[in-house]
Design a protein around this ligand. Structure first.
Ligand SMILES: [Zn+2]
Length: 476
């Protein structure tokens, strides 16, 4: 290769990489005859030029820049794109582009179902912050289901404990909870059959104080339909994401109209801040200190945690169960700790039974009985493959390339066997917007997710550029 060709190779690599990374320009190789050409650079033989994009194609988006081009999503850092990092809720900006939050569950809407305020427990706008039955402790888990939820259900079973799951319909890139091709619906069914309570944590985890009344309707009604698609009814209990339902936004009265109880908590484990083996002791200390402060005979507790965090599921919760049982507390659902009869926890959709029977073999009664698994059977020893699936097994949701079930990246990522379990494309290891208002961490997370995607862009741009330049140099 001549020196001249080497120089061209270098120049073209840099030029192409630059063109790929400067968002408002599309780099194109053109012949001189291309009449749309503007300026060009490089040797006379090879012309590289930048074509101005159509006026509506803006790479940046958000309050300052406006809406993304049709079909693309506006990330939390204000960039348009179509990757999961751009489109996943709650980070994706619903006012400035498409988001996965704009998807809807199947089946008829629930808005016409009557919503009487039954029972003695106060409804919105009142915010319930504690239990009322002495000696009870209500563990609540937000933001799931996630790939850890199966393990949590098994743990609760072992301790004969009931809990409440505030489920979110489509957060963290997990897809719709009622999607029959995803494992979430089965986990929700397991919650019901395990005696736990299901409550709403909205469709895509938006801050209910910061959106319009129409968007708030969407957040509640879509989650209702999704949960209805799984269990035939939808909850009367909910927890606002970020615990945010400010009076001036109209949120509280809106939730009253929709017939909800608002449930907050009196112990925040801060598990979302402490999701590492080194830090989780801090959450245990918070819990222990609170319980040491009172006597179980005349006290009750309402605990918040998140089943999207590994340390919460594989470490903190067992500690909390042990301590609370040793001190004489009874781990129950939120409804039970408020002495609210079970029939008040949900609103039934009579249309469901007919639709559900057509589609699936499940009915509410069926859910309370042991499941009859069809081929492939659920793995009993942790191995998986043609005849055994990891779905519903206690070894993890994903069947790795080594034909063993598990929840790690090596099981759920590359080589994962889709026929025999779940493969976690787009499902994060953890990572959620926070329930407590912790803007610093949320900001750090936003910055990190954008940085990650930029790195990928740089990598692929450089690689593409080098390959193209090599081809051109050889051709010369
Ligand atoms: Zn949450």
């Amino acid at each position: 290769m001549h020196v001249r060709q080497l120089l061209i190779l270098l120049g073209v690599s840099v030029g192409l990489a630059y063109g790929s990374l400067v968002p408002n320009h599309q780099s194109v190789l053109v012949h001189k005859s291309d009449e749309q050409g503007l300026s060009y650079s490089g040797s006379p033989q090879l012309r590289l030029q930048y074509r101005e994009p159509p006026p509506n194609l803006q790479y940046k988006c958000g309050p300052k820049y406006g809406h993304c081009p049709s079909g693309t999503c506006c990330s939390s850092a204000g960039f348009c794109g179509t990757s999961s990092a751009h489109c996943r809720s709650p980070e994706c900006m619903i006012d400035y582009g498409r988001c996965d939050a704009h998807e809807s569950p199947d089946g008829p809407p629930t808005e016409d179902i009557p919503r009487p305020h039954l029972g003695e427990v106060p409804y919105a706008p009142y915010e319930i912050r504690s239990c009322s039955v002495p000696g009870t402790i209500a563990f609540t888990f937000d933001d799931g289901p996630s790939r850890f939820t199966g393990d949590l259900l098994e743990l609760l079973d072992r301790y004969d404990a009931s809990a409440t799951f505030f489920v979110t319909g489509i957060n963290n890139g997990k897809g719709r909870i009622d999607d029959p091709n995803l494992p979430w619906a089965e986990l929700v069914e397991q919650m019901i059959s395990g005696g736990h309570q299901i409550a709403s944590h909205t469709w895509s985890h938006e801050d209910l104080s910061k959106i319009t009344a129409g968007q708030r309707d969407d957040q509640l009604l879509k989650n209702e339909a999704a949960i209805r698609n799984i269990i035939g009814s939808f909850p009367t209990y909910m927890r606002p994401p970020y615990s945010s339902c400010l009076p001036e936004s109209g949120c509280g009265h809106h939730l009253a109209d929709l017939g909800y109880h608002i449930v907050l908590y009196d112990i925040d484990t801060e598990d979302y801040k402490n999701d590492s083996p080194d830090l989780i002791q801090r959450s245990k200390d918070i819990f222990d200190r609170a319980l040491e402060s009172a006597d179980s005979k005349n006290t009750s507790w309402l605990i918040i945690g998140h089943d999207i965090h590994e340390q919460t599921v594989h470490n903190l919760t067992e500690h909390m169960l042990k301590v609370s049982k040793d001190l004489g507390y009874r781990p129950v659902t939120v409804g039970e700790c408020l002495h609210d009869p079970r029939e008040n926890w949900y609103r039934a959709d009579d249309r469901w039974a007919v639709n559900k029977t057509k589609k699936h073999d499940h009915s509410p009664k069926h859910l309370l009985q042991p499941k009859n698994f069809t081929v492939p059977q659920v793995s009993l020893d942790g191995t998986c493959g043609a005849n055994y699936t990891c779905f519903g097994s206690r070894f993890g949701l994903c069947c790795g390339s080594n034909k063993v079930c598990g929840n790690t990246t090596s099981h759920c990522g590359y080589g994962c066997n889709k026929e025999a379990g779940y493969c976690s494309v787009g499902v994060p290891a953890n990572g959620d917007a926070l329930d407590a208002l912790d803007s610093d961490s949320a900001e750090a997370k936003r910055v990190r997710s954008e940085a990650d995607s930029s790195l990928r862009v740089v990598g692929s741009a450089a690689l593409t550029s080098f390959a193209l330049a090599l081809f051109v140099a050889m051709w010369m």
